[in-house]
Design a protein around this ligand. Structure first.
Ligand code: 7RM
Length: 640
């Protein structure tokens, strides 16, 4: 395949070229795409100064990303399978859709969107389960230049409303129900509830997925199948500028509400294709499966855009790893002869806990490459994945990246870069990581540890946070001058390999889901009996991190005491989504605060880790005795 590195020597050479002359490096890669007009310059950027950050790639070039998925690939791949859709219930029918068929559906839905008035630059919220109509809707938006804002279907009505309102979306695309294992979820009712607080929305498009009865409000609500009735699939792609927005995806940070991370057309396109081909070493005939939900960035980049741009065959799975039993992943691998399998450490750990037989009874002989993403992978999980799933013959790529980075930044190239368990290894070509001390000094050389930053732009990086450019600067560029700050700690070992140590801010990573502690606190505080709360992450065997909430309450009756924890959890479920419910709740009489009223989370984090031996200086606390009380009542065993 074009632009694919095939040896370590070649990687080292390309890496050097990409640093010495980034414009030449990315320009040559961009040459293999279809353009209406080529760029005047490859990159123009500054991270400091007026309106910073300012990052532009492939300046003034014109293109449409869907032409690079379809028109560019069709001559070779019209009848090749683009997506294999595996249903939640294995008794239901698999759908295999070719590039040619997918193209027809995308164009038709693009025309349907136009028909209800969606135009270039409009924001379209997509709140769908893992069904084929999800990538169809995304690509139809891209075809007409509308900006998709996909919201993971596990978010609550309140979170959905926040995202719709922030982006001022005028259309929401949803389904009647989502199927998740043995359960089904009435998505439409969640949308209805959200829309009570959204004035920007003119229409909702509703996919009939499982067919049960739902509330339907004409003329606002339109059935997907009615909308496309008699609509032609003749469609000419909107010509977009390189820097026109492709999509917004909301992500949590350490403060405030989630931010709409904004990605633009050309850079994201080039970066996802390049990283997909190289990290996973995709070859003709391979079947790639990324188990993420498309509602998260991993699904955007490595179920939809990266694979489809590359002309790959990608698997899309509607269900969950444990339904009908804990062997589902491996059954699907065998069924579709998957060659590259990409999942999260939390999924691996939860399957380890179910027992080896679920794996060993499957052949898994099609597998060539395994990948992980989302959180650090512990050595035990790495070995189990390598030995049991990969039969010790499949290289593992531990891929580090973020919603903001658009694609993978630090990772082995499968089978090329020698791996070490729990190391993301080396930066991809074009990526210039640095490790920075808390004082802002770049630590040169090997065997250093600190904050991971990137010192040069790459095509897939975020351009702004939607509607609030200063916030983008403040969050990512203000801590260290001229550097993009990732928020992760990392060390570079003696041979220059990177190991990601996890977040250094108030973001916690629960089963690979990014959650801001402040968001959870805000949600908990909405319970009428709660005065105050402080939330920290704590080590959790399966989820990686669990959520530990310390809460102060008004006086509770004996009956209230019995139900308060459940009520707090339900409040969080309602305000954010079930995945953000605290694992541990400890009712306390007071929180450890400084004289100026700041909660000292460091202490709470330590207690959550079960270690009170080294709490540091607590003399600055307003009331040091609360610490003793918290340790005594801790929900984990605490070493003193
Ligand atoms: C792709 C994604 C980003 C955060 C990131 C890290 C953590 C992701 C790894 C990892 C260790 C990895 N986007 N993270 N990949 N930590 N090793 N291979 O997850 O925006 O949702 O999260 O996830 O802390 O900052 S994300």
């Amino acid at each position: 395949m074009k632009n694919q590195i095939s040896s370590l020597q070649e990687y080292l050479k390309k890496y050097q070229e990409s640093v010495d002359d980034p414009k030449k490096f990315w320009g040559e890669i961009a040459d293999t795409f279809n353009w209406h007009k080529k760029w005047d310059d490859v990159v123009d950027w500054y991270f400091e100064g007026e309106d910073a950050p300012n990052v532009k790639w492939f300046l003034n070039a014109k293109l449409n990303i869907t032409e690079n998925i379809f028109e560019r690939n069709l001559p070779l791949r019209k009848d090749q399978i683009a997506i294999i859709w595996e249903p939640n219930d294995p008794k239901n029918e698999v759908i295999k859709i070719t590039y040619g068929e997918l193209f027809e559906k995308v164009k038709q839905f693009a025309n349907a969107l136009k028909n209800i008035g969606v135009k270039k630059g409009d924001r379209v919220a997509i709140y769908l389960p893992m069904v084929l109509e999800l990538p169809i809707a995304m690509l139809a938006c891209a075809r007409i230049g509308a900006i998709h804002s996909v919201v993971f279907a596990g978010f609550s009505a309140n979170s959905l409303a926040d995202r719709i309102n922030d982006a001022k979306s005028n259309v929401v695309i949803t389904a009647d129900f989502a199927n998740r294992g043995p359960k089904s979820l009435n998505l439409k009712s969640i949308v209805d509830e959200a829309l009570q607080n959204c004035t920007s929305v003119k229409n909702t498009i509703v996919l009939k997925h499982n067919g049960e009865k739902i509330n339907f409000e004409s003329p606002r609500d339109i059935w997907w199948h009615d909308l496309i009735k008699n609509i032609s699939s003749e469609n000419i792609a909107e010509v977009m500028d390189s820097e026109d927005t492709l999509f917004i995806l909301y992500t949590s940070g350490s403060t405030g509400k989630p931010k709409g991370v904004l990605h633009t057309t050309a850079g994201y396109m080039i970066y996802t294709e390049y990283t997909f081909k190289n990290v996973f070493q995709y070859h003709e005939g391979d079947i790639f499966w990324c188990t993420a939900d498309i509602g998260w960035v991993t699904g955007h980049s490595y179920i939809v855009y990266g694979p489809l741009l590359s002309g790959a065959t990608t698997v899309m799975f509607e269900g969950i790893p444990t339904y009908p039993d804990a062997g589902r992943f491996w059954e699907v691998v065998d069924k579709h002869k998957v060659t590259q399998f990409y999942t999260a450490p939390t999924a691996i750990r939860s399957l380890i806990a179910q027992g080896d037989e679920f794996v060993t009874k499957h052949k898994l002989d099609s597998l060539k490459i395994l990948g992980t993403v989302g959180e650090p992978i512990n050595e035990e999980a790495w070995r189990w994945y390598h030995n049991l799933v990969g039969k010790s013959r499949c290289p593992i790529v531990d891929t580090w990246w973020q919603t903001e980075t658009g694609g993978i930044l630090i990772s082995p190239l499968a089978g090329i870069t020698p791996t070490k368990p729990s190391f993301a290894t080396l930066p991809l070509p074009g990526i210039q990581p640095v490790i920075v001390s808390p004082e802002g000094k770049i630590l040169e050389g090997n065997s250093v540890q600190g904050n991971l930053c990137i010192k040069y732009p790459w095509p897939g990086m975020l351009r702004t946070t939607y509607g609030d450019h200063p916030r983008c600067y403040k969050t990512y560029f203000s801590t260290y001058k001229n550097l993009y700050m990732t928020g992760d700690g990392a060390k570079r070992d003696e041979e220059g390999y990177y190991r990601i140590l996890g977040r250094v801010d108030d973001v916690i990573n629960v089963s690979g889901h990014r959650i801001g502690t402040a968001e959870v606190e805000d949600a908990i505080n909405q319970h009428k009996k709660v005065h105050e709360s402080a939330v920290v992450g704590y080590p959790h065997e399966i989820k990686g991190q669990g959520i530990y909430a310390y809460v102060t309450c008004a006086k509770l009756s004996d009956a209230e005491k019995l139900t308060i924890e459940k009520e707090i959890r339900d409040t969080v479920g309602k305000i954010i989504g079930s995945f953000a419910k605290p694992d541990l709740i400890q009712l306390v009489n007071g929180l450890p605060k400084t004289r100026s009223g700041k909660i000292m989370r460091r202490i709470l984090r330590k207690i959550g880790e079960g270690d009170a031996t080294n709490l540091g200086d607590i003399s600055t606390l307003l009331d040091p005795s609360v610490v003793e009380e918290i340790i005594n009542g801790a929900k984990v065993e605490v070493k003193r």
